[in-house]
Structure formats: structure tokens, C-alpha cells
Design a protein around this ligand. Structure first.
Ligand code: FAD
Length: 409
């Protein structure tokens, strides 16, 4: 992976977007499914690490794409960008899927300790020692680089669940610990989609011929993969929960800005006026009960550090960064020192950051500190359409682009 690809700054993200934009039209639609290998990624944008941490906003990327291409030419790319909003909005309205996955991961780790057979099979899979060449290669590519092509993620998850018959939660956790774009919504729900739990009963089967075609013959696991993919089942059913109310900041009252790894562009279109103080929080090690890869932690910490520096410049306010294990006491200390009773944070969607913030809510309230989640207009427009399948949101894309002022149609 090139150095630029892992540089956790907004500037590096914008440079990466600029280098890809010319290919976001029909070229992308034709070639995006090919995984040519880590040194030939020009057919996809590789924007996910920056988009996931909101160093670059989806809205900005869409605007740049539409400045270069007609909607009809770039439709496929635009639709892919909206998948991120779909998954985030869906998990936001089915938060128990996340809490059940988290609970299951805790017991999953205990199971690994108690069950030697499961432990060995799991270890072989994550160390890339299963004997299935492509799978072993992707396991190493993931741990070495923090990125996998979308098609490789689908094949990998399918082989994990249906050929190796390992629990999907352990696979999702392996991804979340290593991906630079590790995202609670896209990751958990994609693993559930492959397993037949998201679109209930509909699974994704990895086929040797498909792998051979889309890796241009780099791999052909003929005879090594499961030939059927019976959908996994679960006892729980998940009904939609209402979205949290969007909130604003109180007029005239000074507030502190808390920047997290979920939104690292707080100086863009979010605050009605400058904050009185700024603090940064990282929660990356809490993505899993198992150790999270150093490169994922470094990317997120770098992203928050970059956001603090930009916010500092934009608002002329000093800032500091804290880790997840000390932040509650530090927030209280910081708020008191700056005479702040309102802390605003860019909306933290369902996931590890939100878990931390929710757990601290009562303590902050006891100290007279109120936490307010500021949601972006883009999420407000997309999330209400993410209650069921993707198609419902997809149909609304032209109208959403118009409401965002990005298209006339
Ligand atoms: C099992 C599995 C796990 C995944 N885990 C994650 C994850 O943790 N974090 C993550 O960001 N993506 C995840 N994805 C989605 C997708 O694979 C990546 O977003 C994409 O491969 C990133 O590469 P890119 O930026 O080059 O994508 P491009 O093809 O260039 O697409 C542009 C952007 O559109 C969005 N996008 C494209 N495809 C998807 C998709 N299927 N779902 C959601 N958004 C999409 C991303 O923001 C991406 O950066 C997962 C997919 C699967 C099948």
C-alpha cells in the first residue's frame, strides 16, 4: 500500500479523490468488480478510509463527481457511495443488531478459549493457513494493508461462513479490527447480508469461476469451495426503531466541541458559530474485545489529530486529544475549566463511539454537562429511506442530489 493511501489527513483524501475522479464514470461501472491486486487499484476509488472517518464527506465527493460526469455516466459510482448512508441509516434504526453482535462477540471470545477445535480453525483462517490460496492471500492482504477490494470482501466472507463454517461474528470482528475503513454499519451488515440475515434468506455464494474471472486468473479455487450457501437463521427478529431527534445548539450559549473518529470535518457545514473549546476523542481499541490492529488505531488517531488541527485553525481555539479510557473525567475537567455546560459532537452513529458516549451520558449530566449530537443534512436526507432494502434509498438518489443542490434534475 502506498504511503499516500494510508495518510490520515483530509488533504491526502482530497488528493486521492482528485486522482480517481476522471475514472468515476463508465470506466468504473465496467471495471469496478475486478480485483487486480493491491498494486492495481485504479479501477476503484479506495476512498473508504477517508469517507468512513469523514475526513472527506460523501456530499463533497458526490459534488466533485457530478462536476465531471453526467449523472447517467457516474450513476453506478454514485449509487455505491449511497450504500454507506444506507447501512448507517439502517443500523441507526435497528441498533439491537449492533448490541446483539457486541454481546455475541464477548461470548465468542470465551467460546474460542473453551473450544480447541474452533480456536484452531479460527487461527488458521486469520493467519491465512487454510490451504485455500485466495482466502489465505486475502487474510494476509487485510492484515498487512488494512484494505480489501469489495469483491474480495464478499468472497472472503462467503468462504468464511459457508466453506469454513466459522461464526460470521468472528469474521466481522476480524475485518473490523484490521480495516482502515472498519465501519460498524457497513461491516456488520455486509457480513449479515452474505450470511442471509440482512435480506432474510438471501445469501452470497463465492464461486471458483467468478473468482477466476474477476481476479484475472490470479486465483481459481476449483473444488475447494462450498457448493451451496444455506442461509443462516437466528431467533431474534429486529423491528425498526425511530431515529433519534435531530438537535441544534442553544442560541448564544458557549459550547465545547468534541471531535471523534466518526466525523473528522467539523469545520465544514456543521456549527452555527465557533466553539469555546475543542477536544478530540478516539475509541478505536473498543471496536473489539480482541486487540485492534495498530494501523487501524493509527489511522483513526491521525484522522482525529488532523481534524483538531484544522478546527484549531478554523476557529482559533486550542484543542487536545484524549484516548477512550480517560476521556470521561477529562471531558468533565475540560468543560469545567472552560465554563462549558453544553458539549456538541458531530453525530456518532450506532457503533463503538456512540457506545462510549451513551455510557458516559449520566455522569456528564450529573455534572451539569449536556451532550448534543449534531447531525448532518446529508444523513437527515438519507436515513429515513434506510428502513428496509437498499432499493428504497436508491430510488430517492436523484431527489436527494437535487435537495443537496448537486443536480438540477
Ligand atoms: C463483508 C464486507 C465487509 C465490509 N466492511 C466494510 C467496512 O468495514 N467499512 C467500509 O467502509 N466498507 C465496508 N464494506 C463495503 C465495501 O467493500 C467498501 O466500502 C469498499 O470496498 C471500499 O473500497 P473503495 O473505496 O475503493 O470503493 P469504491 O468502489 O470506490 O466505492 C466508493 C465508495 O462507495 C462506498 N461503497 C462502495 N461499496 C460499498 C458497499 N458495498 N457498502 C458500503 N459502502 C460502499 C464506500 O464509501 C466507497 O469508498 C464491506 C463489504 C463487505 C462485502
Amino acid at each position: 500500500m502506498s504511503e499516500l493511501l494510508v495518510t490520515p489527513t483530509r488533504e491526502a483524501g482530497l488528493t486521492q479523490a482528485e486522482s480517481f475522479l476522471g475514472r468515476a464514470g463508465r470506466d468504473y461501472a465496467k471495471s469496478r468488480n475486478y480485483d487486480f491486486g493491491a498494486d492495481r487499484r485504479g479501477n476503484v476509488s479506495v476512498m473508504s478510509p477517508w469517507l468512513r472517518h469523514r475526513l472527506v464527506l460523501e456530499e463533497e465527493l458526490l459534488e466533485s463527481v457530478l462536476a465531471r460526469h453526467a449523472f447517467s455516466s457516474a450513476q453506478k459510482f454514485i449509487e455505491e457511495v449511497f450504500w454507506r448512508a444506507y447501512f448507517k441509516g439502517w443500523l441507526e434504526q435497528h441498533s439491537r443488531v449492533w448490541s446483539d453482535y457486541r454481546a455475541c462477540m464477548k461470548s465468542g471470545v470465551e467460546q474460542l478459549d473453551a473450544n480447541a477445535e474452533l480456536h484452531d480453525a479460527f487461527k488458521r483462517a486469520i493467519e491465512g493457513k487454510t490451504g485455500i490460496d485466495c482466502f489465505d492471500f486475502w487474510a494476509r492482504e487485510l492484515t498487512d494493508t488494512g484494505y480489501l477490494h469489495n469483491h474480495a470482501r464478499m468472497w472472503f466472507a462467503s468462504i468464511w461462513v459457508f466453506t469454513l463454517r466459522l461464526p460470521w461474528q468472528l469474521g466481522a470482528d476480524f475485518f473490523l479490527r484490521h480495516l482502515l475503513d472498519g465501519d460498524p454499519a457497513s461491516n456488520t451488515l455486509s457480513w449479515r447480508w452474505v450470511s442471509g440475515l440482512h435480506t432474510v434468506g438471501k445469501t452470497y455464494l463465492a464461486r471458483a469461476s467468478n473468482i477466476e474471472k474477476y481476479t484475472e486468473g490470479r486465483f481459481n479455487p476449483e473444488g475447494q469451495l462450498a457448493s451451496t450457501a444455506p442461509a443462516l437463521t437466528e431467533e431474534q427478529t429486529y423491528s425498526a426503531e425511530p431515529l433519534l431527534e435531530a438537535v441544534n445548539l442553544p442560541d448564544d450559549q458557549p459550547f465545547g466541541l468534541l471531535i471523534t473518529e466518526d466525523d473528522c470535518a467539523p469545520e465544514i457545514d456543521l456549527l452555527p458559530r465557533p466553539p469555546a473549546a475543542i477536544m478530540g476523542l478516539t475509541a478505536t481499541p473498543t471496536r473489539s474485545p480482541m486487540p485492534v490492529a495498530a494501523h487501524a488505531c493509527e489511522f483513526a488517531a491521525g484522522a482525529v489529530g488532523d481534524a483538531l488541527a484544522r478546527a484549531n485553525q478554523a476557529f482559533g481555539v486550542a484543542s487536545k486529544l484524549v484516548g477512550h479510557d480517560e476521556w470521561e473525567a477529562r471531558v468533565i475537567e475540560w468543560a469545567n475549566a472552560n465554563n462549558i455546560s453544553v458539549v456538541a459532537t458531530p453525530y456518532a452513529p450506532v457503533g463503538p463511539v456512540r457506545d462510549l458516549l451513551s455510557a458516559a451520558g449520566d455522569k456528564l449530566n450529573e455534572q451539569g454537562i449536556e451532550l448534543r449530537y449534531l447531525r448532518r443534512g446529508y444523513d437527515d436526507l438519507c436515513w429515513p429511506h434506510a428502513t428496509r432494502g437498499y432499493f428504497k434509498l436508491k430510488k430517492k438518489i436523484p431527489a436527494i442530489l437535487k435537495q443537496l443542490g448537486l443536480s438540477q434534475q
